[in-house]
Design a protein around this ligand. Structure first.
Ligand code: PEP
Ligand code: MN
Length: 339
């Protein structure tokens, strides 16, 4: 971190700031120039809030040189992290995973049926929401525990590991007991208590990007989880809010190489929530594979017109199978496969 102070700064102001930084365990290299005084801080600057230093009227600027995240940072962990979900590895050079299933769990029978269809189509994990973060309080809120148990039944019948969204810390025990991967939804990406809570368990976490969050905020959310002890974090890009209304969100595929450069964690793409339109899911899935994603999470429903939520973006099982089939060809070109 580099702090630049104005030339006319009184010596006692400089000394006061330096002793505060020294107390934080940082070493300071000073350079007193013609027009500015420049201080280079060496050590763990993640303990410092640049904005707080900028509150000092004698400070001209504070520039962060190192990223504020440590655990997720590839600099300190050059090799790819492979996260294991129910025996299936995700990340590195491993084959891609394709996760499929309904937005909302709608009952035991339909969940078992869709799990069989997902497996038959070539999917390797089942997704399904039992606790739903709906924009309207009057919309269906999810089946709760009954929905989770329907997924457990589907896993028993098909062997597919299960992924579901956790919305509040009071259901954490239920998720640790029953699910193979905890999804943190876009709306909870900065629910810091929830992030800390899932950081204290070892169940893998699928961390969706917030609706309007920067890449750095997203990585810092992963850092919250990892700093509590859970290193099993997978990023999931699901589109961000832009001025564009044609699609539900704007899919930011550039995050794939960026996340891979900045961090050592896997990243998968959710083309369903990113586009909101089943007709766009195939092309965006293939593009995500070509761009180096470690997997896809796609909403699949046997009868999308009657789905309890997100039918417009859900694929029927036969179309889901086609995406996987075409995806295999693209994956092969970049030297990977699909589980
Ligand atoms: C979902 O996966 O059904 C969901 C609500 O996703 P997101 O948090 O990305 O909106
Ligand atoms: Mn959904």
């Amino acid at each position: 971190m580099i702090i630049t102070m104005k030339k006319q700064t009184p010596k006692e102001e400089i000394d006061a700031l330096m002793s505060r930084l020294d107390a934080k365990g940082l070493r300071i290299h000073s350079s007193i120039g013609e027009n500015y005084n420049v201080f280079g801080l060496v050590g763990d600057t993640s303990v410092i809030d640049p904005k707080q230093i900028e509150a000092n009227p004698y400070v001209e600027s504070v520039v962060r040189v190192a990223a504020p995240y440590k655990k997720a940072n590839r600099l300190f962990h050059p090799e790819d992290t492979i996260v294991n979900i129910g025996g299936i590895p995700i990340g590195g050079k491993e084959d891609l995973v394709v996760i499929g299933g309904p937005c909302s769990i709608e009952g035991k029978e339909s969940t078992v049926a869709i799990a069989k269809a997902v497996k038959e189509a070539g999917g390797c994990m089942l997704r399904g929401g039992a606790y739903k973060p709906r924009t309207s309080p009057y919309a269906f809120q999810g089946m709760g525990t009954e929905g989770i148990l329907a997924m457990v039944e589907a896993r028993k019948e098909t062997g597919l590991p299960i992924v579901s969204e956790l919305m509040s810390t009071d259901k954490l025990d239920e998720f640790v007991e029953y699910v193979d991967c905890i999804q943190i939804g876009a709306r909870n990406m900065q629910n810091f208590d929830l992030l800390k809570a899932v950081g204290k368990v070892q169940t893998p976490v699928l961390l969706k990007r917030g609706l309007a969050n920067t890449i750095e905020e997203w990585i810092m959310a992963a850092e919250y989880i990892m700093s509590e002890g859970n290193q099993n974090v997978i990023f999931c890009e699901r589109g961000i809010r832009t001025f564009e209304k044609y699609t539900r969100n704007t899919l930011d595929l550039s995050v794939i190489p960026i996340i891979k450069e900045k961090t050592h964690l896997p990243i998968i793409i959710d083309p369903s929530h990113a586009t909101g339109d089943w007709k766009l899911v195939e092309s965006m899935s293939l593009a995500a594979i070509a761009a180096g994603a470690d997997g896809l999470i796609i909403e699949v429903h046997e009868n999308p017109e009657c789905a309890w939520s997100d039918g417009a973006q859900s694929l029927k099982p036969n179309r889901f199978a086609e995406v996987i089939e075409k995806g295999r060809t693209i994956a092969q070109v970049i030297g990977r496969g699909i589980v």
